[in-house]
Design a binder for this molecule. Structure first.
Ligand SMILES: *[C@@H]1O[C@H](CO)[C@@H](O)[C@H](O)[C@H]1NC(C)=O
Ligand SMILES: *[C@@H]1O[C@H](CO)[C@@H](O)[C@H](O)[C@H]1NC(C)=O
Ligand SMILES: *[C@@H]1O[C@H](CO)[C@@H](O)[C@H](O)[C@H]1NC(C)=O
Ligand SMILES: *[C@@H]1O[C@H](CO)[C@@H](O)[C@H](O)[C@H]1NC(C)=O
Ligand SMILES: *[C@@H]1O[C@H](CO)[C@@H](O)[C@H](O)[C@H]1NC(C)=O
Ligand SMILES: *[C@@H]1O[C@H](CO)[C@@H](O)[C@H](O)[C@H]1NC(C)=O
Length: 399
């Protein structure tokens, strides 16, 4: 495959991430309000629109064209703009009425910036204060500098979506700090810094880190098991061959970007970086109220936190290591917390995944195939659109 074709293909595959069923379309809604046209354009450019559409309960603090032009004059990269704008998207519902009825006059609420991986402490929270005379002020919670004010309610769809016009950009040094392009992120250091030190160590030791790193640009979701979970898994891990060690690690990467909102809005089967031919190495995403669980035939793991969520890279923390049925026996007990037998090979267990010295074209092809399979299988989960899939196969045929 030519590199340019690979790029075209990734773009097409990104286009697959169009939600089939969401409660609203923020782009369409804001189109009716031309005073927010720049803001609207940047919600799309930063991919925040997609994330907003996948949320069930959200408040958008909209900036009018003049506030946006003063923000844009600072010359931030699109990645920094994404952080700044994500601070203006609150993961709770605040209509005009609720703003004026805040208990004790002041509250803090989480924004999408909080889960970006770039917000330390309470930098990702927004302080909302009902001030004297019915004035409502907004500020990043870590500054408390209430310099932006409620202007008017633009759209209210209780309790799914509220769009509020605020007077100016929330001033946050953290959100405005230079941020690395996702592909320049050092994934192993990031994992180690954010609570998946052991998992990161294994990625480096096996060389699986390289495959993860190479997949970031085209969209990658990593599910890392916490240190305790990895330590508990080590006796079984040590029993695996080198190839199977790599496979079990690659099993924790999905070659498409999925935010928590996307995971919550679609149940279904996901292929992984370990998926190859007859070796399915897939697992099922299942939502249980607010909890997202990942089910293999052997174990059910729960997402316990978001470490990074910055399109095209998302990293979530799990309470357990994912055990593929290709390498581990399903436990006899319904809730396999304890010790499923480690050594049993599945009937179709075969070679591990692509090794580092594989021909690049071959690797790219395999990746494309995995992506396609994800796209196909996710249709049932309501996540992706069949049209794009057909388009993709056509491109594949043309190569
Ligand atoms: C949302 O609306 C915009 C503008 O009307 C449109 O271009 C886009 O395809 C829509 N997105 C979805 C997911 O339907
Ligand atoms: C919000 O900021 C104001 C002004 O700095 C401060 O007085 C108030 O305590 C803050 N509210 C919360 C809930 O932290
Ligand atoms: C809010 O979202 C829920 C679930 O997606 C949907 O059933 C309901 O109709 C939505 N309400 C509005 C006002 O759009
Ligand atoms: C990530 O950082 C580690 C430790 O600083 C380094 O050894 C490794 O080569 C880096 N990886 C990449 C892909 O830059
Ligand atoms: C490792 O393999 C040996 C030999 O097959 C087996 O006896 C032992 O139970 C295995 N250990 C674990 C933790 O699965
Ligand atoms: C993985 O393990 C199975 C047995 O559990 C073995 O048959 C297979 O050869 C191993 N694959 C690699 C690449 O080591």
């Amino acid at each position: 495959m030519q590199p340019s074709m690979a790029v075209v293909l990734s773009l097409l595959l990104l286009a697959l991430l169009i939600p089939a069923t969401t409660a609203f379309n923020i782009t369409k809604i804001l189109k009716k309000h031309p005073e927010f046209s720049t803001f609207n354009e940047y919600l799309t450019q930063t991919h925040l629109a997609n994330e907003i559409n996948h949320r069930q309960t959200i408040t958008v603090l909209a900036l009018d064209n003049s506030a946006m032009s003063s923000l844009l004059s600072k010359g931030f990269s699109v990645y920094t703009l994404r952080n700044v704008l994500s601070l203006h998207v609150l993961v709770d519902y605040y209509g005009a009425k609720k703003l004026h009825q805040i208990t004790d006059g002041s509250t803090t609420t989480a924004s999408l910036f909080q889960s970006s991986g770039d917000a330390d402490g309470d930098a990702g929270y927004v302080n909302i204060t009902d001030m004297h005379g019915g004035k409502v002020g907004f500020a990043p919670a870590n500054t408390g500098d209430l310099n932006s004010f409620f202007v008017k309610a633009v759209v209210e769809m209780p309790y799914n979506l509220s769009v509020i016009h605020i007077s100016q950009v929330l001033d946050s040094a953290e959100a405005e700090a230079p941020t690395a392009e996702p592909s320049k992120v050092n994934l192993t250091s990031l994992l180690a810094d954010k609570g998946c030190k052991e998992f990161s160590r294994l990625l480096t030791a096996t060389g699986a880190a390289k495959t993860f790193q190479e997949n970031i640009d085209s969209g990658l979701t990593v599910f890392c098991a916490g240190d305790g979970a990895v330590k508990a898994f080590m006796p079984k891990y040590k029993n695996l061959t080198a190839g199977n060690k790599t496979a079990v690690l690659l099993y924790h990467g999905v070659p498409v970007y999925s935010s928590i909102g996307m995971l919550k809005s679609s149940n279904g089967v996901l292929n992984t970086l370990a998926t190859e031919g007859a070796n399915k190495y897939d697992f099922t995403v299942q939502n249980d109220d607010e909890k997202v669980t990942l089910k293999t035939k052997v174990v059910t793991a729960k997402i316990t936190g978001t470490l990074v969520d910055k399109d095209p890279l998302a990293v979530f923390k799990l309470d357990k290591v994912l055990l593929p049925r290709e390498l581990f026996k399903p436990s006899a007990t319904p809730e396999p917390t304890s010790s499923p037998d480690a050594e049993a090979p599945g009937p179709d267990a075969a070679d591990g995944p692509a090794s580092d010295d594989d021909d690049d074209d071959e690797v790219a092809d395999q990746r494309a195939r995995r992506r396609n399979r994800n796209a196909g299988e996710r249709i049932n989960g309501g996540g992706f659109v069949a049209m794009g899939l057909t388009l993709c196969y056509c491109v594949m045929m043309a190569l």
